[in-house]
Design a protein around this ligand. Sequence first.
Ligand SMILES: Cc1cc2nc3c(=O)[nH]c(=O)nc-3n(C[C@H](O)[C@H](O)[C@H](O)COP(=O)(O)OP(=O)(O)OC[C@H]3O[C@@H](n4cnc5c(N)ncnc54)[C@H](O)[C@@H]3O)c2cc1C
Length: 431
Amino acid sequence: MSATWSNWAGTVTASPEVLRPRTPEALAEAVRDAGRWGRRVRPVGSGHSFTAIAEPADLQLSLEHLSGVLAADRATGRVRVLAGTPLRVLNQALDLLGLAMPNLGDIDAQTVSGATSTGTHGTGAALPGLSAGIVGLRLVTADGEDRWVDERDPALFAAARVGLGALGVITEIELACVPAYRLRALERPDSLDAVLPRVQELFDAHRHFELYWFPGTRRVQTKANDLVGDDVHEPLAEWRRRLDDEFLSNTLFGAANAVLTRAPRAVLPFNGIAARALTTRSYTAASHEVFCAPRTVRFVECEYAVPRESVADVLTDLVAWVERRREPISFPVEVRVAAPDDLWLSTGYERANAYIAVHQYRRGAFREYFAAFEEIVAAHDGRPHWGKMHALGVEELSRLYPRLDDFRDVRDRLDPDRVFANDYLTRILGA
Ligand SMILES: Cc1cc2nc3c(=O)[nH]c(=O)nc-3n(C[C@H](O)[C@H](O)[C@H](O)COP(=O)(O)OP(=O)(O)OC[C@H]3O[C@@H](n4cnc5c(N)ncnc54)[C@H](O)[C@@H]3O)c2cc1C
């Protein structure tokens, strides 16, 4: 059946034929058939990548029926899930089991396979991205072979955990989870000039630390999340949560953006007002409730990982660019940190990174802003997030990701006929 598909940001649309297998075996059969008939297949999660990485070239393979927890061992924390499980569903199931993910990004709409396939990460100096928590995965390759991949095959395991959907279709994932934990979030307004000189210290002082800088101002909002005991319950009043997270961050922000698109010169002054309106708040909650919040205002985004020591230089250059150009950028810039890992195509491959993400309202002008940002991070060996917009191709990427050629060798071996190819993969990995 064919249907119009679009990613969350609305930057990619297609009308593919869609297959929705109900079991891993049916999925393997569908891949085998596609290979036999010379068709191209693209697995898709919840379409939250801003790039065209999930764009179907021919057949789209939806994993919407492959959702749910298959097995859980509370003693070891090992949890096996179907690959199409949305993080929101996973978090609720883990809660019931007394378990949790060691870290998460800022939304929970992605599928487990989609999030890990692009190297999705949260923030935390001692915590790598989500893919590093995979202890095994079930992979259907282009020839229809259905195999379990884990540390017994180190090369394939290092490639497939951030596999970009280029090596095969993942149908199950086993994750290393941790006992459920509660966090205290402390969000406070501050000045960029006070925070930047201390940013490395702040990264290390908290289990999770991030900051948002408001373009056109020297104001930031910081968010530090730290462990608290299970008996500490200081929830945010419901009216405050609704006011801050639903009304101010989404409803009012969305309405303001829609108006500001027609009055670009008002955008930077508006940021000053918005930043001044932010206040301090502190609350405790289950970890996933602290990490994830709804995002209803659609935007586009570009995010790069740079060595964490470079973060102040990158921000200083970006601030200078915005001050010089006065471009109407209505979304804050987000800054996070993560620990290194050993996954070949992870932004964190053998490097402790800071992550800097620039956003723009989906109807706002973003090309010059993103291009200027990409030029700034290029001077610091910035590695792009695979799910977020960037302009790099295979040549530049081979220099930034030292194992890219090894990944391409695995791809040649597993998918010689490029059953899983699309234009984005051709750009970043070669034909
Ligand atoms: C509002 C918003 C907030 C975000 N927040 C964060 C954040 O905090 N941190 C961060 O790092 N990123 C963040 N992202 C980016 C997002 O996590 C990634 O783009 C992620 O890949 C989206 O997951 P998905 O399920 O939508 O996958 P899709 O975008 O549908 O697919 C992504 C890739 O995974 C592949 N894939 C999907 N399923 C399979 C499978 N079963 N087998 C093999 N390959 C598969 C697809 O082919 C594609 O290549 C955010 C995105 C949005 C829109």
